[in-house]
Design a protein around this ligand. Structure first.
Ligand SMILES: Nc1ncnc2c1ncn2[C@@H]1O[C@H](COP(=O)(O)OP(=O)(O)O)[C@@H](O)[C@H]1O
Ligand SMILES: [Mg+2]
Length: 292
């Protein structure tokens, strides 16, 4: 089996309003796949269907070789999902939570203990290991919640906006952990609102827009549609004076800078990477053109 996730014609609405409409995609085993979209785009709805928490209105989805509707227990055995903070017990310490979770997942006492020590360190909770979770900040709670989803290595790991609410360092640490898991063969399906995050982690990115996949491809393919980075020149009051779109290549950047030289441009030069807004603009402009 080389397909980890197979989605066909998936559709879901709430109260007569369509949220996801006719989604089709496949994710290969060992691939990191990002579903990119703004707030309310339907990312969590999609994850909930794929992890058997919600039954879709129409369409089929197979995860790790099993149908989410017909064989939910088989699917559940092979996946894990973050964002289930309900699993965290406030009255226990961080370590106790991980140990309990590991024991429930079938690890022996000593193995559970070792796993807890590793995960507490990986998720930067060492200083708080013996503190009750009740006293944790939002970011610490988030890291503990993530640690729990890494207790056992599943075939398919679902991460719903894993870095939302994390500081920059924790975000980068988590990226490293996700990359290591993927390198070891776990399929990762993650959602994000950040193009940069999808770019950093994902082999392929699906852009969710108006309940449909507006674009699907590698980060490089999406960026080619957006047109790469933009060179900006600001004056000393911070006002944008000049912007030049580049194709994202070194040669393209050099051409942009040569042009600025010729113009005798004066000011602070910065490179702006394409934002999620740029991707949506590019993708929606394209589909309007195709319709016309
Ligand atoms: N259980 C529900 N009942 C009614 N509306 C819902 C429910 N779940 C999600 N929605 C609506 O569906 C849309 C997509 O939500 P969601 O999948 O959570 O988006 P995202 O995760 O991309 O932010 C939103 O408009 C949300 O209000
Ligand atoms: Mg969501």
């Amino acid at each position: 089996m080389t397909t980890a996730i197979d989605v066909r014609g998936l559709r879901q609405g709430f109260g007569g309003r369509t949220v996801i409409d006719d989604l089709d995609f496949t994710v290969a085993r060992g691939e990191v796949f990002a579903l990119l979209g703004p707030n309310g785009a339907g990312k969590t709805t999609t994850i909930n269907i794929l992890t058997t928490l919600t039954k879709a209105d129409a369409g089929t989805a197979r995860v790790a070789g099993f149908d989410v509707r017909a064989q939910p227990v088989e699917v559940q055995k092979r996946i894990s999902l973050t964002g289930q903070s309900a699993a965290v017990d406030d009255a226990l310490t961080a370590t106790e939570n991980v140990v309990m979770f590991a024991r429930l997942a079938g690890l022996g006492r000593a193995a559970a203990r070792r796993r807890a020590v590793d995960l507490i360190a990986q998720f930067d909770l060492r200083d708080a290991a013996s503190r009750r979770v009740r006293t944790f900040s939002g970011g610490m709670r988030r890291r503990l919640d993530l640690a729990l989803s890494f207790v056992v290595t599943p075939e398919v790991l679902f991460l719903d906006e894993p870095t939302t609410g994390l500081d920059t360092r924790s975000r980068r640490d988590l990226w490293d952990i996700i990359r290591a898991l993927a390198a070891a063969g776990t399929t990762v399906f993650l959602t994000t609102q950040y193009l940069e995050e999808a770019d950093q982690l994902a082999d392929r990115i699906a852009v969710l827009h108006d309940g449909r996949i507006a674009a699907l491809g590698t980060a490089a393919e999406l960026k080619a549609r957006v047109g790469g980075d933009t060179v900006e020149v600001h004056d000393d009051r911070g006002e944008l004076r000049r912007e030049i779109a580049t194709d994202g290549t070194v040669a393209g950047l050099r051409r942009a800078l040569d042009l600025l030289d010729q113009e005798g441009a004066d000011g602070v030069v910065t490179l702006r990477r394409p934002s999620l807004d740029d991707v949506f603009l590019a993708v929606t402009a394209r589909s309007e053109k195709e319709l016309a």
